[in-house]
Design a protein around this ligand. Structure first.
Ligand code: ADP
Ligand code: MG
Length: 725
């Protein structure tokens, strides 16, 4: 039996997976493995607790004494839960999380065994010998990286599959303090946005003294049986199918979306949800997605730093829990050609200490100028800096998704819905900016709240959409670390709000009343940014032409999208905002290029191996069988018309075999050439030289799949991957 049939056999003999019973009420379970406020109160002396809260609120550093107290209380809490090890938990530029475990256990001066966790160990660690991508920021002689505690994200106990660890969320930096991760730039971008947003808020409401960015992500993913996964070298090596002919049925019947969740998947989801609740991840929504075997989880939105950590943690737990159910999770943006890919919509908004969502049109029309300011400035920011936003979500895997089935195009545009379009259009054209004009604008806006629901009219084709009270970034792919697009959103909107504030100040200095000044500036922005707004079908060919006429960027692949990092204006913005220095920016750029080239290198090697080692032998054998048949037919004296079809097949197979062999060899030659280039050129070489050969190779192999005897085909087929469970 070949590996495909062994896998199918295993699958059909699987025992039923039962839904685990809910171990307690969700509200009881929620956050029980988090070093939460309540836990802290319980384990920390009241004075230290107060000090600690004050320090977090003020965003300043805490002293060693207090760190010792906090560490001690964390240790006590962890030991009470049977935890023996702790780990600094961080988010290197690989895109996933990393942890280095240490034991509380140590020997004191007298050689006695004790459990210890000091403030020093809590605050800083050196993940020695670490080999995380650093884009040249770390030369070998100073290869050390440091992790430093982020006290704004609570520590938690990871307790799955018999592993128990106290995890401390940390940032990851070089010896010189340069960023090697996603968290530090995110935290800096939040502070940057906060500074300018508060200035702008003060124009409207002096009670607003603090803001926080809110993020609600939606995680799409595919599931498949472990046996099928293991039988496909491409899934194991690259997370996607590099080969495979489309099944006659895909998603065209729309019979999966929001359909009944299959029993086995339901058991998995329920199990996973319980793990998430314990960790304080507020999962709320679960449903089927468009493609067969595709699903989604979405939580209640949270502060962006916590939401990012929770998404990273979720992805980790999803994989661990899947193992218990003999399932595998595919986070790749396009595991299967020809069906829907997976995204990770990032819903972004800004909330105030007064409990307001700055992007909610709200119920108080009189105050809507504030909404309008944040709304229009966000659009203006995206208009000006679309390229870096696009670059933030680009990757080898997302390249397959953007612009393909049911995914937004690579062109960035903003969708705001009919009601708000009307408001902006009227302000642009109609409102003369006098006191009267202000009144008229507010009047227009006052009609919006009633429309809020219809207004979330789902234009699924837009990469960036206003959905009622938040902007939804839809071009983000399922593997992305949300911190990447969130950092950029905070940076560009922060910059834009600062400019807005200054523009308003200038007009006010020339004695224009405040509201009139605000509306005058907004009117200009509405005019300027008009080209980024698009309400039509983003999937259509006409939009591509129209976008080109409008001068909007359309970067279809990662090396081209990443060029935004070399743009002078963008570099200046990173530096000015303090989010990344020029050196750090370059390093991050390099890491992204390297990642792209490496992913394609692995894919191309895996593909060649599968074709040469698995497909060619089968094709040759099958061809031999056909030839034997022809010989036998000839031997009994039959003429050529008795074996025309066989002969044609033999010839076809020969031609595919040639293509496969040629492609595999050419690809190798291109890889060798690419290997000698610098990071940028290498990425371009993989994109422009290697990738097209991979496509040609796939076509030949997929055609062979159709010709060859099903009984001997070695790779689990699309119909099996997508429809058997
Ligand atoms: P859809 O699939 O239609 O986009 P969902 O209900 O699946 O909608 O997802 C909506 C997401 O938006 C959720 O993750 C939710 O937490 C998030 N969200 C709602 N309000 C806000 C807000 N003010 N800020 C950030 N995210 C929000
Ligand atoms: Mg969505």
């Amino acid at each position: 039996m070949n590996s495909r049939f062994k896998a199918l056999d295993l699958l059909s003999n699987r025992k039923k997976f039962n839904t685990p019973p809910l171990s307690s009420n969700v509200s009881e379970m929620f956050g029980c493995n988090v070093f939460s406020d309540d836990t802290m109160k319980q384990f920390l002396a009241p004075k230290s607790y107060k000090q600690f809260k004050a320090i977090i609120d003020a965003g300043v550093n805490l002293d060693r004494d207090l760190a010792d107290h906090v560490a001690e209380s964390m240790k006590k809490w962890a030991l009470s839960k049977g935890v023996t090890h702790y780990a600094h938990w961080f988010q290197p530029l690989t895109g996933r999380t990393a942890e280095k475990h240490d034991s509380f256990f140590t020997l004191n001066g007298d050689g006695e065994a004790i459990e210890e966790f000091t403030g020093n160990e809590l605050v800083q660690q050196e993940p020695d010998g670490s080999s995380f991508p650093g884009g040249g920021l770390r030369t070998t002689f100073e290869a050390r990286g440091y992790t430093a505690w982020d006290p704004t994200s609570p520590a938690f106990i990871l307790d799955v599959n018999n592993q128990k660890t106290l995890c401390i969320p940390t940032i990851f930096v070089t010896y010189g303090g340069q960023s090697l991760d996603y968290k530090l730039p995110l935290l800096k971008s939040q502070a940057f946005l906060e500074r300018s947003a508060i200035d702008v808020c003060q124009l409207f409401d002096e009670n607003i003294t603090k803001i926080s960015v809110t993020l609600g992500w939606e995680q799409e993913y595919f599931l498949l049986d472990e046996a099928l996964f293991n039988a496909r070298p491409d899934l194991v090596m690259t997370g996607r199918t590099l080969l495979g002919r489309l099944a006659p049925k895909g998603q065209q019947l729309d019979d999966h979306y929001f359909g009944t969740i299959p029993e086995r998947v339901y058991a998995y989801m329920t199990d996973l949800e319980q793990e998430c609740y314990k960790l304080g991840i507020p999962l709320r929504t679960r449903h089927n997605e468009v493609a067969p075997c595709q699903y989604e989880f979405a939580p209640i939105y949270e502060d962006v730093n916590i939401a990012v950590d929770h998404n990273q943690l979720l992805m980790d737990i999803m994989e661990r829990v899947a193992i218990r159910h003999k399932l595998r999770v595919l986070f790749h943006e396009k595991p299967y050609a020809g069906v829907n890919g997976s995204g990770k919509h990032n819903n972004w908004s800004v909330a105030t200490n007064t409990g307001k969502n700055l992007l909610s049109p709200g119920k108080e029309p009189g105050k809507n100028l504030q909404f309008l300011a944040f709304f229009v400035n966000t659009i203006q920011a995206v208009y000006k800096y679309a390229d870096i936003l696009r670059a933030s979500v680009t990757s080898a895997s997302n390249d397959h998704r953007l612009g393909a089935n049911e995914a937004p195009p690579a062109i960035i545009s903003v969708f705001i819905g009919e009601a708000l379009t009307k408001v902006l259009d009227e302000i642009e054209k109609g409102v003369d900016v006098t006191a009267d004009g202000v009144k008229k604008a507010l009047n227009l806006l006052s009609k919006v709240p009633n429309l809020e629901l219809d207004n979330t009219d789902r234009n699924r084709t837009s990469p960036f959409a206003f959905t009622g009270n938040k902007f939804e970034i839809r071009m983000a792919g399922s593997t992305v670390n949300c911190a990447a697009p969130m950092t950029i959103m905070n940076m560009i909107v922060g910059k834009q709000l600062r400019e807005f504030y200054q523009d308003v100040q200038i007009l006010m200095a020339s004695n224009m009343p405040k509201d009139q000044a605000i509306l005058t500036v907004l009117k200009n922005y509405i005019q300027e940014s008009k080209n980024i707004r698009f309400e039509g079908d983003g999937y259509s060919e006409e939009w591509k032409d129209e976008a080109a006429r409008r001068g909007l960027g359309n970067y279809g692949d990662t090396p081209r999208a990443l060029e935004a990092y070399s743009n002078k204006e963008i570099k200046d913005l990173f530096v000015e905002s303090g989010i990344l220095s020029e050196e750090e920016l370059h390093a991050h750029y390099d890491v992204r290029l390297e990642d792209y080239a490496l992913k394609l290198q692995i894919e191309s090697r895996t593909m060649a191996e599968m074709c040469m080692n698995q497909i060619l032998p089968v094709a040759v054998d099958y061809q031999t069988r056909l030839l034997q048949n022809i010989t036998a037919l000839k031997a009994v004296g039959l003429g050529e018309d008795a074996y025309t079809a066989q002969l044609a097949l033999v010839k076809d197979i020969s031609s595919y075999i040639n293509t496969i062999k040629d492609c595999a060899y050419q690809m190798k030659a291109e890889r060798v050439k690419a290997g000698a280039l610098d990071a940028r050129e290498k990425a371009f070489a993989y994109c422009d030289k290697v990738k097209p050969i991979m496509e040609e190779l796939r076509n030949a192999a997929d055609d062979l799949e159709q010709l060859t005897d099903d009984e001997v085909w070695p790779l689990v087929k699309y119909r099996e991957l997508l429809f058997l469970r």
